[in-house]
Unconditional design. Structure first.
Length: 383
């Protein structure tokens, strides 16, 4: 790892850390008379806008430059965050602010990840994705704890200020990062290989798998706390601690496995582990089982993310790396949103245990479809 990769990674770390502080933003509206659905709309529009802008700006990242687009996205966030101090109700104003942060986040995160990948050798693509993914998980672990302490001691004004400081630090880190030289696409050739029946035949199973990956991730993240209470267990915290520990360790220690032996040789065993884990979750009846399933879930997700994301980059092309990352994140987030709604409906009809069993069957089916219809992906010998 060189200096510029470390600075780009540090910038991404501060970017994600600043965004994780906003998990407590719904609490801000406790003093405002409003409905929970209204709060849900205000929070959800951030993710919606990020999903909508990623594909177009992913292409712009490849055409106009990674660093320029990353700084543009971060600049939007820096300019918007001070406006949160002026929120007085749950009307249109906070909704507009959240929409703008979604746009800034969608651009900045995609471009920042792409910068990190550019600064590592192509033969270490999955390894660099594992490091970036571990950085994001660390932020997700410490950000909510930090945010809760800030709100408890100094209030939401301090929370907004600290997030602004982190966004500025991210901007500075990326500013001093030197962009790697990569094959720049022009407007005419940017979609050169992304047309025709062969591309569509390969893209369909990949799309199904990416969306199902997001859907089962949503089933775990959004329902495990509710399920653990229904068992009943006192809390779901041990699951997430075990999950984060295993996922971070796996991404750092085994993130480069698909670089060495091939993408699909890692992807299918990893999704089999995730599918098995979903069945294990359905059988939770003790704290010990909760901790074990959390560890297995983290191991499976830690294995599948670097390999599957690297496969998408291989498939779309290194020169279209920004677009590849945008496609991965967009399909994953769409699957997570739609899957949460679908599996919530299933849990109402059949209960949480059956929901997790069904999610396991759907995920392994998507994996088999992908393994049957898609190419093998590259290894070190192919680079």
């Amino acid at each position: 790892m060189n200096f510029h990769f470390i600075m780009a990674l540090t910038g991404f770390f501060f970017l994600v850390l600043a965004m994780t502080l906003f998990v407590f933003f719904p609490v801000f509206f406790e003093n405002v008379t409003t409905s929970k659905s209204r709060i849900g709309v205000i929070m959800g529009i951030h993710s919606l806008m990020a999903i909508l802008v990623r594909p177009w700006f992913g292409k712009m990242i490849d055409l106009r430059g990674r660093k320029k687009m990353a700084l543009f996205g971060m600049a939007i966030l820096i300019l918007v965050v001070p406006g949160f101090h002026l929120i007085r109700n749950a009307g249109l104003y906070p909704m507009v602010l959240r929409a703008l942060t979604g746009i800034g986040w969608g651009i900045a995160a995609t471009a920042s990840i792409t910068i990190c990948l550019d600064l590592m050798p192509e033969r270490r693509l999955a390894k660099s994705l594992g490091i970036v993914g571990a950085s994001s998980l660390i932020c997700s672990a410490i950000g909510p704890i930090l945010g809760e302490e800030i709100v408890h001691h100094w209030g939401f004004g301090a929370l907004f200020n600290v997030s602004l400081i982190f966004f500025v630090l991210a901007f500075i880190c990326v500013s001093v990062t030197k962009e790697a030289v990569y094959p720049r696409m022009n407007e005419a050739s940017s979609m050169g290989k992304m047309k025709g029946k062969p591309f569509l035949r390969s893209m369909i199973p990949l799309t199904v798998l990416l969306m199902m990956h997001g859907a089962v991730r949503g089933a775990v993240v959004n329902f495990i706390a509710l399920f653990s209470r229904s068992v009943p267990l006192d809390r779901a915290g041990p699951f997430f601690l075990s999950y984060s520990t295993a996922a971070i360790a796996t991404r750092l220690l085994l993130g480069d496995l698909s670089d060495r032996i091939g993408r699909k040789k890692v992807i299918f065993p990893a999704l089999a582990v995730v599918s098995l884990n979903l069945v294990m979750i359905s059988q939770i009846r003790s704290v010990e089982m909760l901790i074990l399933t959390g560890f297995v879930a983290g191991f499976g997700q830690g294995m599948i993310f670097p390999a599957l994301c690297a496969y998408v980059v291989d498939f779309i092309g290194r020169a279209r790396q920004g677009l590849a990352i945008a496609i991965y994140l967009t399909l994953f987030d769409c699957g997570m949103g739609l899957g949460s709604a679908f599996f919530g409906w299933i849990s109402d009809l059949a209960g949480y245990r059956m929901m997790y069993i069904l999610s396991s069957l759907l995920f392994i089916t998507a994996g088999l479809f992908f393994s049957w219809k898609s190419g093998a992906g590259r290894t070190l010998q192919d680079v």
